[in-house]
Design a protein around this ligand. Structure first.
Ligand SMILES: NC(=O)c1ccc[n+]([C@@H]2O[C@H](COP(=O)([O-])OP(=O)(O)OC[C@H]3O[C@@H](n4cnc5c(N)ncnc54)[C@H](OP(=O)(O)O)[C@@H]3O)[C@@H](O)[C@H]2O)c1
Length: 216
């Protein structure tokens, strides 16, 4: 199985790429800058260059998707970016990939969303444009014909992973989770077809990842 990971030089995405490669998947890593390609190769994936915010990205996206069976969207505008890039990247970039997947028949699509994306108004004002962009991208994915899984982690940390999480449609609390555990959850979700059509939150917890997904 070949998987396209969007945002492959990102802090979480690199861990996803390495997890997939370790699991025996062929991985194509989409990055937007030439200087990011050595990291993708070091992680064991094939780099493809594409800036998801460029008007003319569709051709490059098509090439990137060629021969892929699944897509993991783990790109993001990042904490330092302004409101405009929440629209062009966190919403627009994700949706561009959804539409390309639909037109090219790449059926499986997993997205790295965020807790709070279901109700941006409930969060502090500074977070709302970001959470609104994430929530609307999730909504577009849910309305698509794709086999989607929407995974919404809390605050991401670089702590060592524990292999254990809490997962539920709504966890009803805030918290954090190591990027390593988020990455492992993506690999496990790809391997569990029962996660298709589901949207769920994840935080650090005490249930083994595979089991936590089986309980959803
Ligand atoms: N940080 C948190 O606490 C938190 C919590 C919940 C959810 N999330 C979500 O989790 C995801 C990953 O977070 P992270 O901290 O791992 O992110 P990250 O390290 O900032 O990685 C994001 C990646 O996306 C790439 N990217 C940005 N614009 C792009 C474009 N136009 N075309 C292609 N790639 C582009 C970035 O490349 P450049 O280096 O070139 O910009 C970067 O490699 C994000 O979607 C974020 O919204 C984050």
């Amino acid at each position: 199985m070949r998987v396209l990971v969007a945002g492959a030089n990102g802090n979480t995405a690199r861990r996803i790429v390495r997890g997939l490669v370790n699991g025996g998947y062929e991985v194509r890593g989409l990055v937007r800058k030439e200087e990011q390609t050595p990291n993708v190769r070091d992680d064991g994936a094939e780099p493809v260059l594409c800036d998801l915010e460029q008007e003319e990205a569709n051709g490059a996206i098509g090439e990137a998707m060629e021969g892929c069976d699944a897509i993991i969207f783990a790109a993001g505008a990042g904490a330092g970016s302004g409101e405009a890039r929440k629209e062009t990247m966190d919403y627009g970039g994700a949706v561009k990939l959804v539409e390309a997947a639909e037109s090219r028949g790449v059926q499986r699509y997993l997205i790295l969303s965020s807790t709070g994306a279901d109700d941006p108004e409930a969060r502090e004002e500074a977070m709302r444009p970001y959470l609104s962009a994430k929530g609307r991208a999730d909504e577009r994915l849910r309305e698509s014909s794709l086999d989607y899984t929407i995974i919404r982690p809390g605050r991401l940390t670089d702590d060592e992973g524990t292999g254990r999480i809490a997962a539920a449609e709504s966890l009803g609390r805030r918290g954090e989770i190591p990027r390593e555990d988020v990455a492992a959850t993506f690999v496990a979700a790809l391997e569990n077809p029962d996660t298709i059509g589901k949207t769920f939150e994840i935080l650090s917890g005490d249930v083994a990842i595979k089991e936590a997904l089986e309980r959803l």
